[in-house]
Design a protein around this ligand. Structure first.
Ligand code: VGL
Ligand code: ZN
Length: 194
């Protein structure tokens, strides 16, 4: 597989926040392992002057996805908490755009496109190809990838820069199959040609 970062490509880094890393409130196994690889992708986008977007899960204290409010998750990524901060090792370009999601108490959002202006930002900049990776493969990365395809973007899933929760064994593999059959391309860093 060989893929190009064209002049109309953007990078979307999904939810690389402390709570999704080992030691966090909703840890993804090896979640922190995505940081170094994502930084390598980010450097390629910085070198080419191309846009980088970071999504973040950004919940109020009484969010509907939390166990105490009828949801399936422990409290995580509470607005302005340490757990909601991006992993300290993550390279964030100075002009990166941050997209907050799941910000309303009564509504959850796994996709970076859900109730945000991400799609408008991308279309304004004439982006037609997206590289997407981060946490978690079987939740927010999957939803973001599937929405990106629906929005008409050529969508590239960064396999080496993503990790899954795997509440049930095999969930991440299943998510990857779903993304591929919806039309996503799957790559690793070494597949990028210049
Ligand atoms: C996520 C579970 C709950 C994610 C967010 O970012 O994948 N997973 N909230
Ligand atoms: Zn959440």
């Amino acid at each position: 597989m060989n893929i190009l970062i064209t002049n109309n490509t953007a990078l979307i880094i999904v939810d690389v926040q402390n709570d999704f890393c080992p030691g966090g409130a909703l840890p993804v196994s090896e979640g922190d392992k995505v940081v170094a690889v994502l930084n390598s992708y980010t450097k390629k986008f910085i070198e080419r002057g191309l846009p980088v977007f970071l999504t973040r899960d950004w919940h109020p204290e009484n969010h509907i996805s939390f166990n105490a409010y009828g949801g399936t998750w422990p409290p995580h990524c509470i607005q302005d908490s340490n757990g909601a901060e991006f992993h300290h090792g993550l390279l964030i370009p100075t002009n990166a755009v941050i997209i907050s999601k799941g910000t309303l108490s009564d509504k959850d959002a796994y996709s970076g496109f859900e109730d945000t202006n991400l799609s408008e930002y991308l279309k304004q900049r004439h982006i037609d190809r997206l590289f997407i990776g981060g946490l978690a493969t079987d939740y927010c990365v999957k939803s973001t990838v599937l929405d990106a395809i629906k929005e008409g973007f050529q969508t590239v899933f960064l396999e080496d820069a993503s990790r899954g929760v795997d509440v049930k064994a095999g969930d991440s593999d299943k998510a990857i199959k779903e993304m591929l059959s919806a039309g996503a391309i799957r790559i690793k860093l070494g597949d990028i040609g210049d």
